[in-house]
Write a protein that binds this ligand. Sequence first.
Ligand code: UD1
Ligand code: MG
Length: 373
Amino acid sequence: MWSLLATITIVGAGAVGGLIPLIKTRLPAKLTGKDLCKRGTPAGDVPIPESLGIVSGCVFVGLATLLSCFMEQHQASMRWGIASIAAMIALGFWDDLHDLRWRHKLLFPPLATIPVLLHYSGVTAVVIPKPVRGLIAESSPLHDILSLIFDVSKHGEIIDLGIIYYVYMGMMAVFCTNAINIYAGINGLEAGQSFVIGLAVVLQNLIQIVRGHDGDQYHYFSLVLMIPFLATTFGLLIHNWYPSKVFVGDTFCYYAGMTFAVAGILGHFSKTLLLFFAPQILNFLYSIPQLFRFVPCPRHRLPKFNPATGNLEPSTVAPDSIKSNMTMLNLFLVIFGPMPEKRLLQLLLAFQAFCCALAFGVRYGLSSLFYDT
Ligand code: UD1
Ligand code: MG
């Protein structure tokens, strides 16, 4: 299997890298976008082919399906997971074609998770962190209240969430897909962040397999899912890296988020996965006032390009406002000052890598304080 995975990596990256130049000229004319961070320069007037995530997505699904034929365990998980990912590719491409409204977009991830949720037959119980257990143990009043809805163990170590666990899994899919899509706007960021998170997931799975963790067949499953994802994302990133020859589209953001959600849910490491998503969580929390319209939210919140200096500057919530759009991209520009697009990309990806490293520290350093590891 290891040599097959190595072959798939090379084939996946090569196929996507080779196919994109051929397919980008054949997409519908409406699937193009202006490079907004180059407005005011000749590069800003050239229409860039959009939604090339459709190429990496299709190659990824094809290779993952092929790999599933060689799996001895978790073959069904892999295939139901692929069904959810394929559904998200189709819905994402539809969104790119028709530029749907936010309330409609929010329906897509729960719809696409249905295959995974129907298949999921694993535990719906969660292990409670040690410091909280006393609060929900048999002697506490909270125990009686929670016991009306859930199955709570005597000493508060475990709560069986039952149907609520399915809601949690659906919410993971909604979060992962949208969180990547709104942490975007400069060349290479959508594919770049997904590549770094993907590397962290692969590392996490390898560590668990090497340690001989009792659930290592789950980690093996998510490793087999993640390898073709990483390879095809790399093929896409080559063309999407600064200066972008193609844009990835919502197609990519959606299926990338769904792939992480499937790997995290069916691989049983959703809490560690959320640690890897720290930049996306920060970006989402900071965005809430604009997402819920307490503060005006323009169609695009990406930074503003200053052709005179060649630097990106924080964009504002309205043309006459001094308040900057509430995204991590603009926050970095507020903190570190205006800088070129490529520099901001490198800084944000370095921050992603730093957060993943920190996540490993928390997972392997601090988790014994909270759980019996
Ligand atoms: C999300 C963000 C929006 C951001 C956009 C950019 C929220 C609520 N929405 O919207 O603020 O402006 O992503 O991706 O936070 N583009 C570039 N350079 C890039 C990537 C994209 O200029 O490197 C522009 C292109 O014009 C491209 C367009 O963004 O056509 C794609 O935007 P789209 O994915 O449709 O935006 P949303 O996902 O709806
Ligand atoms: Mg988008």
